[in-house]
Write a protein that binds this ligand. Structure first.
Ligand SMILES: [Zn+2]
Length: 92
C-alpha cells in the first residue's frame, strides 16, 4: 500500500474535485424533472459526484486546517477551602 504525503494527497484530492466538477457540469437540470443526461432528477450521477466532491473538499479542509498549536501550561485549579477554615472564618 502506498502512502501519500500531504502534498501528494492535496494534489490527488484537487484532481478528484475537478473530475467531480466536470461530471457535474454535464448533468444539469433540464426541462421538467429530467437531468440533461436523460435521467430523472435527482440524477444518481449528480448525487455520486456531489458526494465525492464534498468528501474530498472535507479532507482537504482538514489538512489545511491542521496547525501546530503551542503547548499550554496547565492552569492551577483553586483548592477547596477546608471545612475547619470556613468555620473559623465565619463563612458557614
Ligand atoms: Zn444526470
Amino acid at each position: 500500500m502506498r502512502v501519500l504525503s500531504h502534498a501528494q494527497f492535496t494534489v490527488y484530492a484537487q484532481q478528484q474535485i475537478e473530475m467531480a466538477e466536470q461530471m457535474l457540469a454535464r448533468h444539469r437540470l433540464g426541462p421538467g424533472r429530467w437531468c440533461s443526461c436523460g435521467r430523472q432528477m435527482p440524477c444518481s450521477v449528480v448525487a455520486a459526484a456531489t458526494a465525492a466532491k464534498q468528501h474530498m473538499q472535507a479532507k482537504v479542509a482538514l489538512l489545511e486546517a491542521t496547525v501546530v498549536l503551542p503547548v499550554l501550561a496547565p492552569v492551577a485549579q483553586a483548592q477547596p477551602v477546608p471545612l475547619w477554615r470556613r468555620l473559623l472564618a465565619g463563612l458557614l
